[in-house]
Design a protein around this ligand. Structure first.
Ligand code: ARG
Length: 282
């Protein structure tokens, strides 16, 4: 009888101590949360909601594209892997919103998204309306053409009076306007539609970034990358975009990104999804 009593007391003590301990942790993390919410609320609000709202335009392999995974259509890609790694660090779930690229940039600025992850180039112009993290990828510019026109287009000048496509709202619009000044710019919201126009011959060229161009060419035997040099602008590197006023989230993301980059994770994500995007074709 005595023994049982003793154990009961010990057990009760453990339970009480345990409760105190966890009570303390909850208390202190709640205090931390409210103090950071006072200084800058974005990060704390996201953690409290347990979900981060991410905008993208999933027409951009290997960074974001649709693929069948275990029988269901899903958004996959290097940006998706990166966002998942970030969400894990933050301890939150991800809510994706897949729209046209220009729509995504607009809803980001309106504050309807917590971040935009879509191979977004951190340009000086965009910095007037949104925040950017560190860069995580440096692209090059390519021109996708019909394979049969390889000999016809060997210089930007060969596109004189021709139609050259770019995604609506992308920096490629500006590149066509400045570097293909004698061509006619055709801006369309979704990249697969631009690709179709090149295939059908209603567009003569399409400016896309290197990985994306290579991916669409891998999926379409009748397309090729023209032997034409497009100059890079200074600010086309990919970053995560945030609405203004998200400085606390920006700082946190920079810490996480620096770690992912140092660990070689981003390169790993790009390589893995490059394979995935290009195999899908076969
Ligand atoms: N890097 C280019 C830009 O920022 C193109 C990005 C397009 N992204 C996409 N997911 N379609 O304008």
């Amino acid at each position: 009888m005595k023994k049982v009593m003793k154990w009961t007391v010990i057990l009760a003590a453990i339970v009480v101590l345990g409760a105190c301990g966890s009570g303390k942790t909850t208390g202190s993390s709640a205090a931390k949360e409210s103090s950071s919410a006072e200084t800058a609320g974005k990060l704390a609000a996201i953690k409290k909601a347990g979900v981060i709202r991410v905008g993208t335009s999933a027409d951009f392999p290997p960074f974001e594209f649709h693929a069948m995974v275990d029988g269901t259509d899903q958004i996959v890609g290097a940006d998706v892997d990166m966002v998942n790694a970030i969400a894990e660090e933050l301890g939150v779930k991800v809510k994706w919103s897949d729209t046209d690229f220009d729509t995504m940039l607009a809803s980001l600025q309106a504050g309807n998204l917590d971040m935009g992850v879509s191979g977004i180039s951190a340009t000086e112009e965009r910095k007037e309306n949104m925040l950017f993290t560190e860069n995580y990828y440096i692209p090059k510019q390519n021109v996708v053409i019909n394979k049969q026109n390889m000999d016809k287009y060997t210089d930007i000048a060969d596109f004189k009076e021709k139609k050259v496509g770019a995604q609506k709202g992308s920096i490629q619009e500006g590149i066509v306007q400045s570097q293909f000044a004698d061509s006619q710019l055709v801006a369309i919201a979704k990249i697969p539609n631009l690709v179709m126009e090149v295939k059908s011959g209603s567009l003569d060229g399409l400016v896309l970034e290197d990985k994306i161009a290579a991916s669409y060419v891998a999926q379409n035997d009748d397309l090729a990358i023209a032997d034409v040099e497009v100059k890079s602008t200074d600010d086309e590197s990919y970053s995560i975009a945030l609405p203004k006023g998200s400085e606390d989230l920006q700082a946190e993301l920079n810490t996480i990104l620096k770690k992912l980059i140092a660990e070689g994770k981003i390169d790993e994500f790009v390589e893995k999804n490059d394979k995935l995007a290009n195999d899908k074709a076969k």
